[in-house]
Design a protein around this ligand. Structure first.
Ligand SMILES: Cc1cc2nc3c(=O)[nH]c(=O)nc-3n(C[C@H](O)[C@H](O)[C@H](O)COP(=O)(O)OP(=O)(O)OC[C@H]3O[C@@H](n4cnc5c(N)ncnc54)[C@H](O)[C@@H]3O)c2cc1C
Length: 401
């Protein structure tokens, strides 16, 4: 029996410890007082555990290094993940866009199930201890160093310490500098799935307004173009909501070279001519009241204020009508930056996939050292993909040690 140490009690660390314990003596070290602090807040506390797309479609939602994920995702699929929990009494439901949530709408049931399983298979969990370094001799891991320079010897180590985002949950990304020191290559870190900040100050007035199924188009690097559809929410700093978060993962690294212009069509299913007709539908009503049938009043009210148009439809000039229509169908806003990594749902960047064997998750640089989860340079869009990445890579690392 080998002595295995798993660092990090998130989904990747917990599942890898559970699997590793089938053939090894396993110790799981977590710096917090509890396991799964980030897992707890996933999906607004409801935990969007995975996505039911078939694996080929699933991989299209992995926007960084999808090929690296082939082995782990096929070894432990979304169906396998659900089976793991269903066998332990958890029930699930599938919501829009194939997103899977626990029937009870709570991440607690996921954390408790993993906890019980860790106990059942005999994993020793150590809380409130932080890994500060690893012991490497002749390119082979020999153990870990915890705070207060406490050294624990190990035959094999799995690092599942997460990314840099939401550092209050424990995953602060400090591990990347530690690993760099030992020769691992770490790719550049960016916030991903993160709200966007805009130059136009006036959109602050729209704070609190949400719009459904809008279209955003962007040209963000040389000839790279993207069209995305989804829901947005105006905030005091700019914009958030599912489509904004997903878009941020494409444009984040290009924002350092300057602003990126985004083109908003707030009602993609209504043509410009139809908007014109709606504006002039009833001459006795205000324009925003006429527009009520296709857009929320509070949105158009602020838009008209910004355009400085305060008239009845019959007094509207053609030029003013064009201005309104263009602002609804092709409003251009300049994105200047993303919010910080502290507010990002995931981290873009991490341990380079080039230095990890994707069939075992073992480091190619340090023997008997394995990686799992968000600490690696892989990322998915919103929809349950990132938790599945954590569970699949964690499972593969666990059965490989
Ligand atoms: C607000 C929010 C909502 C999200 N919602 C979803 C969702 O619904 N669906 C989805 O798929 N994804 C979601 N995600 C992303 C998902 O939570 C992460 O991708 C996932 O938790 C990564 O798992 P992990 O095990 O790799 O890392 P983590 O969950 O970050 O766990 C890492 C653990 O390691 C511990 N640790 C770190 N450093 C050390 C150290 N030096 N020593 C000891 N322990 C250490 C940390 O305390 C932490 O407990 C969400 C993220 C956020 C922030």
């Amino acid at each position: 029996m080998s002595k295995v140490i798993v660092i990090g009690g998130g989904p990747a660390g917990m599942i890898s410890a559970i699997e590793a314990a089938k053939n090894n003596e396993v110790m799981l070290i977590e710096k917090n007082k509890e396991l799964g602090k980030k897992l707890k807040i996933t999906g607004g506390g409801r935990c969007n555990l995975t996505n039911m797309r078939d694996i080929d479609d699933f991989l299209k939602k992995i926007i960084k290094n999808p090929k690296f994920l082939y082995s782990s995702l096929y070894t432990f699929t979304n169906l396998d993940l659900l089976e793991f929990f269903k066998n332990r009494g958890v029930e699930f439901k599938i919501e829009e866009d194939f997103k899977v949530y626990p029937q009870k709408d709570s991440s607690d049931i996921i954390i408790n199930t993993l906890h019980d399983e860790l106990d059942r298979v005999g994993v020793k969990v150590i809380y409130e201890k932080t890994l500060i370094d690893i012991v490497v001799e002749n390119e082979e891991i020999k153990g870990v160093i915890l705070d207060e320079n406490h050294i624990i010897k190990a035959d094999k180590v799995i690092i599942a310490t997460g990314g840099h985002s939401y550092p209050k949950t424990g995953s602060d990304g400090k591990i990347h500098n530690i690993l760099k020191k030992h020769g691992e290559s770490i790719t550049k870190i960016y916030p991903a799935l993160v709200p966007l900040v805009f130059r136009e100050d006036w959109i602050k007035n729209l704070q609190g307004i949400s719009l459904k199924n809008i279209k955003i188009s962007a040209k963000y690097f040389k000839n790279k173009k993207i069209d995305m559809y989804g829901d947005i929410l105006f905030a005091h700093f700019g914009l958030t909501g599912p489509v904004i978060l997903n878009l941020s993962s494409y444009i984040n690294k290009y924002l350092q070279d300057g602003d990126i212009e985004l083109n908003f069509d707030f009602i993609p299913n209504v043509t410009k001519d139809e908007v014109r007709k709606v504006i002039r539908k009833n001459n006795n009503k205000s324009i925003y009241n006429n527009l009520k049938e296709i857009l929320p009043v509070n949105f158009t009210k602020h838009l008209l204020e910004y355009l400085n148009i305060d008239k009845k439809p019959n007094n509207l000039t053609k030029e003013e009508e064009n201005k309104i229509v263009d602002s609804i169908k092709e409003l251009k806003l300049r994105c200047k930056e993303t919010k910080s990594i502290n507010e990002a749902i995931v981290t873009s960047g991490g341990i380079s996939v080039k230095s990890i064997n994707s069939s075992t998750m073992e480091s190619k640089v340090i023997r008997n050292l394995y990686y799992a989860g968000e600490v690696i340079d892989i990322e998915g869009l919103t929809g349950g993909y990132n938790l599945q990445i954590a569970f699949s890579t964690g499972y593969l690392a666990g059965i490989s040690v």
